[in-house]
Design a protein around this ligand. Structure first.
Ligand code: GDP
Length: 364
């Protein structure tokens, strides 16, 4: 599955947000038997109205949304890269996630201490980014030393790695995160193997006071500007509101949102923003037993998409029968789509599209 790490300075609202996520997840766990929740790991459903529609059309007994994992990575403070705070463990945790949700304090509250003594989310973002850049620099320096002998020996892979590491090093020494380095498509794999922290996409989560949950405030506007300039994304939420909502039943939550003038829970927007940030998309399997959403990266071919369900489906892939979401709904389901000629047979070279309803044929 895909993992988002929640990071941020102390007292910005990380735990509040994470608790809201896991409470929602715990409520969902009742109808999701495989969901285990560890203290700092929570699995949540990806909200998708299309799944509801499909389950309705197919008259499915069960509805299983796509899942996304959030990891609460506490302990990032100034100096973390020097081993203060939780240091290395913390950095190891970040290495394992696909993207970073960076919570920024955008609310004023004199009762809640700010570690830097002022509310300035843009400066906070830089504090954390600096730690991550220092950690990357350190790991590159170590690895460059270790690779020298291999390079002298003419190891081609090592030569490429050295080239890429030097480019990352140059950017980092200029105060630029590694994600600013442009890498040729053919070098992308080797680049990813470097597992640099500052190549991970960042979603800034602006934690604003309750009254600004719908509109944002002047601080979140600054973050929005910074995110746009960096090519990262941002969402505005109020962690406090999310915590309250997570304790309500669905219909109560909807009323509460209405009263606050909000269209949708911030957590739903957060989850979806994470999805977009990671270039994830969804295909569906659909029948009377269950309708289910599956997550793939954009640009995934049919056999690999099948492999998300089961490795055997990929190995024994024969072909896929595919119906676009709109056609499935417009034709009243699989039979109708078939009769209308909207069901296509697709082979190994088919790039699965967002919203495809898939049926895989395989010889296993
Ligand atoms: P963490 O250290 O980043 O995990 O921060 P916490 O989630 O523990 O929050 C620190 C304190 O800030 C707690 O007392 C929260 O109740 C409070 N807090 C979190 N979000 C908000 C908010 O949107 N507004 C206000 N006023 N307080 C908040």
């Amino acid at each position: 599955g895909f993992k988002m790490g929640i990071v941020g300075l102390p007292n910005v609202g990380k735990s509040t947000l994470f608790n809201a996520l896991t409470k929602t997840a715990a409520a969902q766990a009742a109808n999701f038997p495989f969901c285990t929740i560890e203290p700092n790991v929570g699995e949540v459903s990806v909200p998708d109205a299309r799944l509801d529609k499909l389950a309705e059309v197919a008259n499915s007994k069960n509805k299983i949304p796509a899942r996304m994992t959030f990891v609460d990575i506490a302990g990032l403070v100034k100096g973390a890269s020097q081993g203060e705070g939780l240091g290395n463990q913390f950095l190891a945790n970040i290495r394992e996630v696909d993207a970073i949700a960076h919570v920024l304090r955008c609310f004023e509250d004199d009762d809640i201490t700010h570690v830097e003594g002022r509310v300035d989310p843009v400066a906070d973002a830089q504090v954390i980014e600096t730690e991550l850049m220092l950690a990357d620099l350190e790991s590159i320096e170590k690895r460059l030393q270790n690779i020298v002998r291999k390079v002298r020996g003419g190891d081609k892979e090592a030569v490429l790695q050295q080239k890429l590491m030097e480019r990352a090093q140059e950017a980092l020494e200029n105060g630029q995160p590694a994600r600013t380095v442009e890498v040729d498509a053919e070098d992308q794999k080797a680049w990813n193997m470097l597992q640099l922290l500052t190549t991970k996409p960042v979603l800034y989560v602006c934690n604003v006071e309750e009254d600004s949950a719908g509109t944002g405030n002047s601080q979140s506007a600054r973050v929005a500007e910074m995110a746009a300039a960096e090519g990262n994304s941002h969402v505005v939420i109020s962690a406090r509101i999310e915590e309250e909502i997570s304790q309500l039943e669905d219909d109560e939550a909807e009323m509460f949102l209405g009263e606050m003038g909000l269209e949708e829970a911030g957590l739903d927007r957060l989850i979806r923003a994470g999805y977009d940030l990671l270039n994830l998309q969804t295909y569906f399997t659909c029948g009377p037993t269950e309708s289910r959403a599956w997550t793939i990266k954009e640009g995934t071919f049919a056999p690999q998409a099948a492999g998300v369900i089961h490795g055997d489906f990929e190995r024994g892939f024969i072909r896929a029968e595919t119906i676009a979401f709109d056609d499935y709904v417009a034709c009243g389901g699989e039979q109708g789509a078939k009769e209308a000629g909207k069901m296509r047979a697709e082979g190994k070279a088919y790039l699965v599209k967002d919203g495809d309803v898939m049926h895989f044929l395989h010889n296993t």
